[in-house]
Design a protein. Structure first.
Length: 294
């Protein structure tokens, strides 16, 4: 579990033609520029920080900063320790700036609660700050688990998950991925054991099932939001893959029906809905089961 401790929260300034000499310390140092332009060297790299920008400096990273202008630089700073390893970041995110300023604003007012409150805000701030790192590290499959697929099949699934709301044709998918349609269909089926159309339909009904259970949208709206040609088409596909109609699904599975469920239900429709309500991705085996007749 992440351990995060706030060490220091303050407002500071750098007067014109002055600065802070190169130094390092065994904790994280985060600086947010309120006013002015700050020239900084961190980890051997030069950065120019302007109003609204912040920088996160990792532990033991030598850094210095100076004010080469004629206007005082006003900045806020937070020093903290955490068990997470986070590289140097620079951000001009409004969300990150707001969280940073919230910590600085509250900290002198909360007394004994200050550290705890600041740690909560800092956890959210670091989560927002490292969002791109997390997305770069992992390919995220929202509806179909394609982690065991080959590179081409994974690209197909990612494309389907990004465009399932559109009126997709196999020609469109093949053109977008730069492959011949016949080759793409054969390669996908050989790698995954399912067709591209089965995968697309499963993504659509997976999304539709969430909307049926958790939203108040009509079935016509759900059909349109999930890329089905019409409400009747939606009903046919849903019944084929899930084994029950959208109406039966809404009546049978209120949003809290599976809270506390132990194990996985045995019948096809319940197994599918269990996966949906538990926010799990669908496996190729489950798609084959959904596509087969009972």
């Amino acid at each position: 579990m992440e351990q995060l401790q706030i060490l220091w929260v303050a407002r500071s300034c750098v007067t014109p033609q002055s600065g802070v000499k190169a130094h390092a310390h065994p904790y994280y140092h985060m600086i947010y520029i309120e006013n002015g332009i700050c020239s900084m060297v961190a980890g051997g790299q030069h950065y120019t920080l302007e109003q609204g920008q912040c920088i996160l400096i990792p532990p033991d990273t030598e850094h210095s900063y100076s004010n080469e202008k004629s206007v005082t630089i006003d900045y806020q700073e937070i020093k903290f320790s955490t068990s997470k390893s986070i590289p140097l970041h620079i951000s001009d995110s409004v969300l990150i700036g707001s969280l940073f300023q919230q910590i600085v604003r509250e900290y002198p007012l909360l007394g004994r609660l200050a550290d705890k409150s600041a740690a909560v805000y800092m956890s959210a701030l670091l989560c927002a700050l490292t969002e791109k790192d997390r997305l770069d590290e992992a390919v995220i499959f929202q509806y179909v688990d394609a982690s065991a697929f080959g590179e081409l099949a994974r690209k197909v699934v990612l494309y389907l998950e990004a465009h399932y709301q559109e009126d997709l044709l196999l020609d469109d998918i093949a053109e977008a991925l730069g492959h011949n349609k016949s080759y793409l269909c054969v390669a996908f089926k050989k790698d995954t054991g399912i067709t591209i159309l089965d995968c697309l339909n499963t993504i659509r009904i997976r999304c539709a099932a969430e909307l049926i259970v958790y939203s108040d949208h009509s079935f016509a709206q759900v059909a349109d939001m999930c890329g089905f040609a019409s409400a009747s088409h939606f009903n046919r596909v849903f019944l084929k893959y899930v084994g029950i109609t959208p109406g039966q699904c809404r009546r049978a599975y209120p949003a809290n029906v599976l809270f506390g469920t132990v194990g996985t239900p045995a019948d096809r429709s319940s197994r599918f809905m269990y996966s949906v309500l538990a926010h799990k991705t669908i496996t190729p085996k489950m798609i084959r089961e959904l596509d087969s007749s009972e």
